[in-house]
Structure formats: C-alpha cells, structure tokens
Design a protein around this ligand. Structure first.
Ligand code: AMP
Length: 289
C-alpha cells in the first residue's frame, strides 16, 4: 500500500498507474468498521474493472466551526493505515493542512439548498467545507466512483447534488450504516461519550427505528403524530438533548407534509453531553439485529 503526503507524490503515482480507474473513499481517519465497510465495497467495485482503491485521511479544518472539535478530533494514524492495508486499499493520501490548502485560499464550493437545513442549520458553513474538500479530492484523484456512508445522509445528498450540478463525471455510491449490536451508529465521535452517555446513545437509533416501524405499519399515519412519537421515545434518553428531528423527502431533504407521495427519510441529531451524534433511517426501517 502506498502512502502519500503531498499532492505531487499522489499525482506521480496516479500517472504511473496508466489508465487504471480509481474508486475513492474520503475519510477523516479514526477509522472503524463503518469506514472499513466502505473500503470493502470500494475494493469489490474497483476489482470489477481492475482498478485501484484510494482512501484519504484528512481532518478538514474548513468543515469545522470555531467551537467544534477540530483540535481534539482523534488522529490514530498508524492504526488507520493498518486498517487501510487490511482492507485492500491501494493508496492512502494523508496530507496535512498546509499540503492541502493554500494559505490565501479564496474559493469555496457552496451547495445552497440541501445544505440549508438539518446539520447545515446547526453547523453553519459545515457543508461548504465538505463540498470544497471533496471537490478538491475529486480533482486530485479523479476517481470514476466515490463511496460515502448513509450515516451522514445529508452529506451524501449534498455531494450527489454537487456532482450533478457541476457535471462532475464521478458515480457517487451510498453505503449502509454500520452499527453496534445495540443500534448505535459507529462514529469516530462515540469515543467522546462517557460510559453513562454511551449507555443512552442507542436511544437515538431506537427512537428513529420505532418511529419508522410505526409509519410503515400505518400506526403513525401523519407527520405530526410520527414527530410526537419520536420525541416521546427519545425523551427516554435522560442524558440526551435533541438538536433536530425531521421527516424529509429522501432525495431533496425537504420536510414532508404528508406520507405517501415521496420516500421518507427520518433524520436526527442529538447531544449527549458535549458529543453531537447524528443518525437516520429509511423506510421500511432496517432491523436492528
Ligand atoms: P468521516 O471519517 O466521519 O468523515 O467518515 C468518512 C466516511 O465514512 C463518510 O462517507 C461517512 O458517511 C462514512 N461513515 C462514517 N461512519 C459510518 C458508519 N457507521 N457506517 C457507514 N459509513 C460510515
């Protein structure tokens, strides 16, 4: 497995691979089974065309707000590289901030519709940072496909929109969320949870899943009732503070006013102490076991 810290070294390797196609998996590191599931899917996909899997590990400062956890974000690089190697990654790009961004950079890529609500409302500028870094990685690596997790459902939708609206010739693949046995979505940020918060964090997924099941069975027949039900279930997490819950159109992320016309996605974010967790489910709700 090749490891590159500079754009130039990455570029030379890409040239040396001739016409081989690439599948890209962008990450911020602190890798877990959610990330490695993306590597495995990328490996399978790339192998079909005798292509390469490229992973990136970069904690992107532009997508962190001033009071967020950029400095504290875990960076276990050696463990991360071992996981990349074990999951068939051909090359890893691990630039530092200076290698990635010009000091006087002055261009941001902004998606203005899907980014406005949900996490975009709670984290102003976050998706500008995501779109900018992903656009840069697309230009640097020029993959034919890139894989993103449904765990970050809004991010996946925003990137699909960026690719569509900017005519970027890359297929965007969404991968299902990998969870702990109790339903908690794997996240690098789970490491911040205290034992008590960790015990209660699965309530976020349980409330989403139970609400999705209620909608699916017809018991929660209107949006208001489903929202009320979600809130009552989430209230069982005494240490949790809901940031948002919304039932949105799975494609446009616009809030639904009724069921039946468009496929719904149930999407939520919540604080457990200082840790903000996100999760989402589609319908029919995937089973937890
Ligand atoms: P991050 O390192 O948090 O930026 O995540 C990198 C990629 O891994 C993103 O496409 C995430 O959506 C995806 N990812 C993170 N957690 C999970 C998970 N639990 N299951 C599947 N994909 C995930």
């Amino acid at each position: 497995m090749k490891i590159f810290e500079s754009k130039q070294a990455l570029r030379c390797w890409i040239e040396s691979r001739g016409g081989r196609g690439r599948v890209l998996v962008p990450t911020m590191g602190a890798l877990h089974r959610g990330h490695t599931s993306l590597f495995d899917q990328a490996r399978e996909f790339a192998s079909e065309v005798d292509g390469d899997v490229v992973a990136t590990i970069f904690v992107n400062p532009v997508q962190f707000g001033p009071n967020e956890d950029f400095d504290a974000y875990p960076r276990p690089l050696e463990d991360d590289l071992a996981l990349c190697r074990a999951h068939g990654v051909d090359a890893v790009f691990v630039p530092d901030v200076a290698a990635m961004y010009e000091e006087d950079r002055s261009v941001l890529v902004t998606e203005s519709r899907l980014s406005a609500s949900l996490c975009g409302a709670s984290r102003p500028g976050h998706f500008d940072g995501v779109c900018t870094v992903v656009a840069k990685l697309f230009n640097l690596i020029q993959p034919f496909a890139a894989i993103f997790g449904e765990k970050d459902y809004q991010q996946l939708a925003v990137i699909r929109r960026m690719v569509r609206d900017l005519d970027i010739p890359i297929s965007i693949l969404g991968a299902p969320t990998v969870r702990e046995a109790d339903g908690l979505a794997l996240s690098s940020r789970n490491a911040y949870l205290t034992p008590e918060e960790r015990d209660e964090a699965p309530f976020l997924n349980h409330a989403l899943t139970e609400t999705a099941e209620g909608i699916d069975s017809g018991f929660l027949e209107c949006i208001d009732k489903a929202e009320g039900f979600f809130r009552s279930r989430f209230a069982l997490a005494t240490l949790g503070r809901l940031d948002y819950f919304s039932i949105v159109d799975a494609g446009t992320l616009e809030p639904l006013s009724e069921f039946g016309t468009r496929p719904p996605r149930l999407i939520a974010a919540a604080w457990f102490g200082k840790t903000r967790l996100i999760d989402n489910v589609g319908l029919p709700a995937p089973s937890r076991t």
